[in-house]
Each structure stands twice: as C-alpha cells, then as structure tokens.
Ligand binder design. Structure first.
Ligand code: HEM
Ligand code: FES
Length: 364
C-alpha cells in the first residue's frame, strides 16, 4: 500500500524480483540464440534476425504462461506467493518482450516493399478462409494491443480510479489474449515446415494452463462445500453456526461459505473474534488466507491491511471492507450473514483464552 501516487514503490524485494526477471529473460534469449545457431548452422540456415524474432516470441509466450499459472499455483502452495506479489512486473515484461518480437517481425518481413510496414502487415495477406495461409500475424497484433492495455493500466492508480471490479474485468482480457496467441503460434507454425515441435509445445502449455485452472477451481468448490455453515435461529434472527472457537487457529481465520457462496473470514486474535468479507478491496485476494501483522488482517497477495474490528485500513489509508456481526456462546461462534456496509465498526466477540495463549505480535 502507498499513501501517495508514485510510479513504482521500489523496495528490496521488488529489485530482486525485477533483477531475476531480467537476468532470466536475457539468459533465455542468449541460450535460444546459441542453440538456434547450432541447430540451423550455415547457409541456408536461419538468419540472426529470424532467430531473434523466434527467441523473443517464445520468451514472451513463456512469460505469459507463467503469469497465468502463478494464480492457481499459489492457491496450491503458498511458496508461490512471492511470485504473485509482483505479477504485474511479469505482465509488463511480457508486453515489452512481445513488443520487441512484433516490431522486429514487422520490420524484417514487411519493411522492404513499397507499402508502409504496418499497412503491409495488416493488408497483404487476406487468406482469412485458409487454415494454412491464415494471416496469423494479425492475431499477434490484437494480442499485443490487449497486453499493452493491461500493462498500461497495471498500476494501483488505475485500479483505484477504475474501481476494483472494472479493473479486474479489464484484466480478465489476459485470457482472450492468450487464446489469440495460441492461434497466432499454431497457425503461424502451419506456414512453416518444422511445425510439429511448436504444435506439441503449444499443446503442452495449453494443457498446463487449463488443467491448473480447473484443478484450482475444483479444489475451491470442494472447500466451499465443506465450509457451508448450518443456519440456526438465534434470538429470532437467522444466524450461522460457524463451529467451535477452538477450530480457528490463533491469529488466523476460518473461511466459511454462506448462502450464494459469499465467503466470510472469521479471525481469532488475542482472545477476540471478528468477521470480515474474505475478499480484499485491492484485487479480490483471499483475506482469510492472510495473517495478522501489526494487529491488522494482512492480505496474502500484496499486503493490504484492515483492522479486524471495523474493516478499515489503518490511517492514513482509506480502504474499507464489509464486516459481519459475531457472537460466541458456549465456545461456539455464530455469524449474522448480513454484511454491514464497508468499514462499519463491530464489537469483537470475546473468548476466554488459556493463560499461555501468545499475545498478538508484529512482524513484517
Ligand atoms: C505486432 C504483433 C506481432 C507480430 C507482427 C508477430 C509476428 C510473428 C511472425 C512473423 C512470426 C513467425 C516468425 C518466424 O517463423 O520466423 C511469429 C511467431 C511467433 N510469435 Fe508473434 N507476432 C506478434 C505478436 C506476438 C506476441 C505478443 C507474442 C507473445 C506474447 C508472440 C509470440 C510468438 C511466438 C511464440 C511465435 C512462434 C515462434 C516464432 O516463430 O517466432 N507474437 N510472430
Ligand atoms: S489483493 Fe492485493 S493486497 Fe489483497
């Protein structure tokens, strides 16, 4: 979180992330070039420019796979969370490497005719009804435009001004962009003779992306079903029985699923229980999978924080999330399913903790 607008709030982690990313990209390009030179030696081997175009194209495509796989991987194993933390940098790098590939390809294949290279790129091949001669480059251009839109609006400034839901909807365009690129590479490979290797690799990548998303979605559905809380009448109102206090680890949450599958994170901290929506106001990260840091619920994705008793970010921040009423009776926790307006203070329910229970500690 940052109080004021600044292009990028650099810190040690971000520097290490970006340095590793750049080193990885350069290493990949260098290795691709070396192996390419050995695989297609001498005349009529491949030109340096064509090899660079391929190196950049495959590198951007690989980065996009990484961008798409990090989300589901982080749901399976929290060790992937550091990669998720700065995923936007990965997205911007994907766009830049893709841009170099597109510009070089346009210059190399379209700059030597009478037409302007861009006009030539968009107008010379019109075989839209042929599979083997389809103008696959146009699909790359469309994908690149989407990647540009995503990279240009990746900063929190846009997320805040467009609203989290519009921003999220916009960034879902990464999936159509991926689809366009799968077609770009597959149809492009049909133009070439050595197309089988690209087809196999694209198939492998697509299978990985789809199966990881399906597996993560399936796991989430199963978890939601297990976490549906039973409804009970409580003082003439409909509440939900969340379970025993002892099921909630200290300084952590239990996530429960209400009607319509709204997820609520019920936190236990320092002898108190509070409930807030499970959805972070930033990019809808799963708050219930976060920890307590400095007395605040801290989102596991990018570290946005909220006070448990009112769902408000600590001053000077102004973000707010919905809170829920909670009661504890005979060490059972009951939740009123009606969300209160974001930032509404709610008295935490008190529980008796064993004498040795640790106090909330701060960590970074
Ligand atoms: C202006 C946009 C683009 C143009 C004009 C373009 C053009 C091309 C061309 C001409 C090829 C065939 C190269 C060859 O066989 O030597 C190609 C292949 C490829 N492109 Fe693109 N492309 C664009 C955007 C993209 C983007 C954004 C990505 C990935 C993020 C991408 C990934 C690939 C890949 C993986 C291949 C197969 C490897 C290769 O042969 O280079 N392209 N593209
Ligand atoms: S989703 Fe980014 S901090 Fe929660």
């Amino acid at each position: 979180m940052s109080v004021q607008y600044s292009a990028v709030k650099w810190n040690r982690n971000k520097r290490i992330y970006d340095f590793t990313l750049m080193a990885g990209i350069l290493l990949y390009l260098g290795l691709f070039f070396l192996v390419g030179k050995l695989a297609w030696p001498g005349s009529p081997g491949i030109s340096d420019e064509a090899l660079l175009i391929r190196a950049l194209g495959t590198c951007a495509f690989l980065l996009l796979h990484l961008v798409l796989c990090i989300g589901p991987l982080a749901r399976f194993d929290s060790r992937f969370l550091p990669l998720l933390y700065n995923r936007r940098h990965l997205g911007v790098a994907t766009f830049l490497v893709g841009l170099f590939h597109g510009v070089l390809a346009t210059g190399y294949y379209h700059a030597f005719g009478r037409l302007n290279p861009l006009v030539s790129l968009l107008s010379t091949n019109t075989h839209f009804n042929s599979l083997t001669a389809f103008p696959f480059e146009i699909l790359g251009v469309l994908a690149l435009l989407i990647l540009f839109l995503l990279a240009a609006t990746s900063h929190d400034f846009w997320q805040k001004n467009l609203s989290p839901s519009v921003w999220k909807g916009l960034h879902m365009l990464v999936y159509p962009a991926y689809g366009l690129l799968v077609l770009h590479v597959t149809l492009g490979a049909l133009h070439a003779e050595d197309n089988w290797l690209y087809a196999v690799l694209v198939g492998l990548g697509l299978t990985t992306v789809v199966s990881l998303h399906l597996a993560a979605g399936w796991r989430e559905r199963l978890r939601d079903r297990r976490q549906v809380a039973p409804e009970v009448a409580f003082d003439g109102e409909h509440w939900f029985d969340i379970g025993s206090v002892d099921e909630i680890p200290n300084n952590r949450a239990k996530v429960v699923c209400l009607d319509g599958c709204e997820r609520v994170a019920v936190f236990r901290y320092g002898g108190r229980i509070s409930a807030v929506t499970n959805v972070c106001a930033h990019q809808r990260g799963p708050l219930g999978e976060g920890k307590f840091v400095d007395g605040c619920i801290t989102c596991p994705w990018h570290g946005w924080q909220y006070l448990p008793e009112n769902g408000q970010s600590p001053p000077p921040f102004q973000e707010r999330i919905a809170t829920f009423r909670i009661r504890v009776k005979n060490r059972r926790v009951f939740l009123d399913p009606r969300p209160l307006p974001p930032g509404t203070p709610v008295q935490p329910a008190c529980i008796e903790e064993p004498a040795h229970e640790p106090v909330i500690t701060s960590s970074t």
